[in-house]
Design a protein around this ligand. Structure first.
Ligand code: CA
Length: 221
């Protein structure tokens, strides 16, 4: 899952970015409204954390512009404490949720997980396909109840497929959602990761759809 953090406070931006990276997300960052607007308009983010008070362009205007331009990714707003008018404006502009400053990083992470699974049409934080289960709360993957150790790249890839279970996901889509802007976007890498995941899981739930991409299906299904 690829996220965008738009926050002008350098310390807060860094704290958020490192907590999100530790949690297995790929994170791009912006420090003012114009940069944030541009990135959100041009890159396919799975969710955005957007501060309201930003230089050059405020968060509400950024969000309104995204929604006008048809950008539908979930947006978590950061609001000043006790500014109820910020929250109302934020929701009216198209925000999906908010966290008031100062916040606990754990709360931001939990709200993001909820936004990501709701936007993928899931009500629970645990995903399964055949004997494979993936729990987004703790990053655990099991096969028939036995834990499987995946690297962060492998976990991200499997988690993305789990969130989009039921449809074909192309290699390009995976590259766009699993790596940040600076990554060398060679889609062959994806094939290598898929191979490793299949081997570690020991059951084949990732089907290759020739010429199109990958799709999850229970073994023998
Ligand atoms: Ca700010």
């Amino acid at each position: 899952m690829r996220l965008l953090v738009v926050e002008d406070d350098p310390d807060l931006n860094r704290q958020l970015t490192s907590a999100l990276s530790d949690a297995g997300y790929v994170v791009d960052r912006a420090f003012d409204g114009e940069e944030g607007l541009f990135l959100g308009d041009t890159e396919p983010y799975d969710a955005v954390i957007l501060d309201i008070g930003l230089p050059k362009m405020d968060g509400i205007s950024v969000l309104e512009a995204w929604r006008r331009n048809g950008r539908v990714m979930p947006v978590l707003m950061l609001t000043a404490r006790d500014r109820w008018s910020d929250k109302v404006q934020g929701f009216d502009a198209g925000a999906d949720d908010y966290v008031a400053k100062p916040f606990h990083l754990e709360e931001v992470l939990a709200r993001l997980r909820a936004l990501l699974r709701r936007s993928a049409g899931h009500a629970r934080s645990e995903f399964e396909c055949g004997p494979v289960r993936l729990d987004t709360r703790n990053g655990r993957v099991t096969v028939n109840g036995n834990p499987v150790k995946l690297t962060s790249h492998e976990y991200r890839l499997l988690a993305y497929l789990m969130h989009h279970n039921g449809r074909v996901v192309s290699r390009t889509e995976l590259v766009e959602h699993l790596y940040d802007q600076d990554f060398d976007r060679d889609s062959n890498t994806i094939e290598v990761f898929v191979g490793r995941i299949r081997k570690k899981l020991g059951v084949d739930i990732i089907q290759t759809v020739r010429g199109l991409g990958y799709m999850l299906a229970p073994p023998g299904g």
